[in-house]
Design a protein around this ligand. Structure first.
Ligand SMILES: Cc1cc2nc3c(=O)[nH]c(=O)nc-3n(C[C@H](O)[C@H](O)[C@H](O)COP(=O)(O)OP(=O)(O)OC[C@H]3O[C@@H](n4cnc5c(N)ncnc54)[C@H](O)[C@@H]3O)c2cc1C
Ligand code: SF4
Length: 512
């Protein structure tokens, strides 16, 4: 059953065999797999239970309703905006459905450098297969590639750059283009319409508006999760208490370490909250000679992978991804102010973006902030990443021009660099990117409760279980040992599936 606690009213007090915190890309998978095996699962989700009927396709309503900190989450210096979902289904309700397995060279690095010898493609295959089947992952069809993606592909091909039309997890997509604001047609195969209903049908008790604020250990195997019934603004309306021998933390890579540290859980080597990778991205805006209505159709279907070679260097590189925003998100991503900014926005229908997404070496940190769920996030781009970002901005402009753009806006602040077709693009790399000078976004925070075989360099072991607290698991993007360098939803779900099946294999020991 899915219960909206603010509508029901009162406090929540429960006992279960498993308590899962967070219902997104990792949590929903664990809840569904364990509940489907006949076990007693409670899910606590801080956000509301919104369904397709609530997705109005309006940014002014959806951004504050569906996103963490009303869409305003940022690093503490304000340099990077971080978008994460805050609702049943988590960020999968907003994601753009690129579906990639974990790249083999990344798995090899995790095996060799993070003491995870069993993390082979073969060992993960059953998890990938289950996840891809449940999320209905399939190839995007040629006729589903929209005008912007076609132009980007034409540009990349003209320049001889490698790229591909990707796989996605959509079924019956009518190509409305509103994916980020939630799919009004239940076509996007997010956790909301896949694993959450599976968990529900298998008897899991799923509570929306239930924010977990603390995890306490003991006595014995018992763990007590306490928290608050919260409304949309995070205001506490009642108390939450759940006792369970198995707790699975899946609150995302910002909130999970925040909750861990706030709870005073063991952190003997200071690893909790460190190693934050953001896959930071910056958008070059291309203005074409005619309206392309880039926001219509499947937003991202093409993917330029020319500038990432994980076999050669699994630690760095960048990819280019088409992006079209709605007016508010676009306005926030475009640099500049006042009249000049308004002038750019008047050409909205001619505008199509190309994101540079960094496979970042830079590592930041999450620490508890002034209140639960509002952690302090610090992150600075290292010089090598800044150099790659400048190079990526050059190549994004190059691809946009080759695809037919007449003018490109490179997002330097306060004054954007405006380039016209035929201009010398080396201006970008000559100028370079100084700290805080480029408008950056992140939709993939990761690695803050790293998985690894060495307890001095990681927080959880090979199956997501805490090195220090038996029966406490992590199953979200926090567990990635390094930056992934690829879209993360399938890796997140597959590792969560692996954790769930490991829990089932050790059921009597863990829950008995
Ligand atoms: C705009 C956008 C586009 C993206 N596009 C893609 C894409 O195309 N392809 C791809 O592979 N990936 C994409 N992603 C990333 C993908 O969605 C994530 O990999 C995945 O959702 C991560 O799962 P998670 O469990 O770590 O976190 P989430 O899915 O964010 O789930 C965490 C959940 O925990 C809840 N929570 C947090 N704190 C608490 C608490 N204290 N108590 C209770 N509940 C709590 C949150 O409300 C949330 O529902 C995108 C993400 C975004 C935001
Ligand atoms: S493009 Fe497809 S998946 Fe995205 S919101 Fe529209 S119908 Fe849903």
């Amino acid at each position: 059953m899915i219960t909206q606690l603010i509508e029901r009213g009162g406090d929540l007090s429960e006992r279960a065999q498993v308590c899962v915190i967070g219902s997104g890309g990792g949590g929903a998978v664990v809840a569904a797999e364990i509940a489907s095996a006949g076990h007693d699962v409670v899910v606590l989700e801080q956000g509301h239970y919104w369904t397709k009927a609530n997705f109005t396709q309006r940014e002014d309503q959806m951004l504050p309703r569906l996103f963490e900190e009303a869409g305003m989450r940022q690093t503490s210096d304000g340099a990077i905006q971080i978008l994460q979902g805050r609702n049943i289904g988590g960020s999968t309700v907003h994601n753009l459905c690129y579906s990639f397995r974990t790249p083999d060279p990344i798995l090899a690095m995790w095996r060799e450098e993070h003491a995870l010898p069993d993390l082979t493609p073969e060992a993960l295959r059953p998890s990938f297969e289950r996840v891809e089947k449940n999320l209905k992952v399939k190839q995007i069809l040629e006729q589903q590639v929209n005008a912007l993606n076609r132009r980007i592909r034409a540009g990349a091909e003209k320049l001889g750059y490698s790229g591909l039309v990707t796989k996605h997890n959509r079924e019956g997509c009518i190509e409305s283009g509103y994916c980020i604001l939630g799919c009004s047609y239940d076509a996007k195969q997010s956790m909301l319409v896949t694993y959450v209903p599976r968990a529900d049908a298998a008897g899991a008790r799923i509570y929306a508006n239930a924010r977990s604020d603390r995890i306490e250990i003991g006595p014995g195997r018992t763990k007590t999760v306490t928290g608050s019934v919260v409304d949309q603004s995070g205001r506490a309306m009642g108390r939450v208490t759940v006792e369970a021998p198995i707790v699975v933390l899946a609150a995302g890579a910002i909130n999970s370490p925040d909750l861990w540290l706030r709870s005073g859980l063991p952190n003997p080597h200071g690893e909790v909250g460190r190693n934050l990778h953001l896959h930071p991205s910056a958008m070059v805006a291309g203005f074409f000679d005619e309206p392309i209505d880039a926001y219509r159709g499947i937003p991202q279907s093409y993917y330029v992978d020319e500038f990432i070679d994980l076999d050669r260097d699994p630690r760095s590189g960048y990819v280019l991804m088409p992006i079209a925003g709605f007016p508010v998100l676009t306005a926030a991503s475009l640099p500049g102010f006042g009249r000049e900014h308004a002038r750019q926005m008047r050409d909205f229908a001619k505008l199509g973006g190309l994101l540079v997404l960094l496979h970042d070496r830079s590592a930041g940190r999450v620490e508890p902030g002034s209140s639960p769920g509002r952690p302090k996030i610090t992150y600075t781009l290292e010089p090598d990443d800044r150099r790659l970002l400048a190079e990526g901005l050059l190549h994004s402009s190059e691809v946009l021009f080759a695809g037919g753009a007449e003018r490109c806006l490179v997002p330097f602040t306060p004054d954007a660099l405006v380039l016209r077709s035929g201009d010398d693009l080396n201006t970008i790399t000559k100028r370079g990117v100084r700290e805080g000078e480029i408008v950056l976004n992140s939709t993939h925070p990761q690695s803050t409760l790293r998985m690894g075989g060495d307890p001095k360099r990681s927080v959880v072991g090979a199956f997501g279980e805490s090195h220090e607290v038996p029966g406490l698991f992590v199953a979200d993007m926090s567990v990635f040992p390094t930056s992934l360098g690829a879209p993360p939803q399938i890796t997140t779900a597959a590792l969560a599936d692996r954790t769930a099946h490991h829990v089932l294999d050790r059921w009597t020991e863990l829950a008995g």
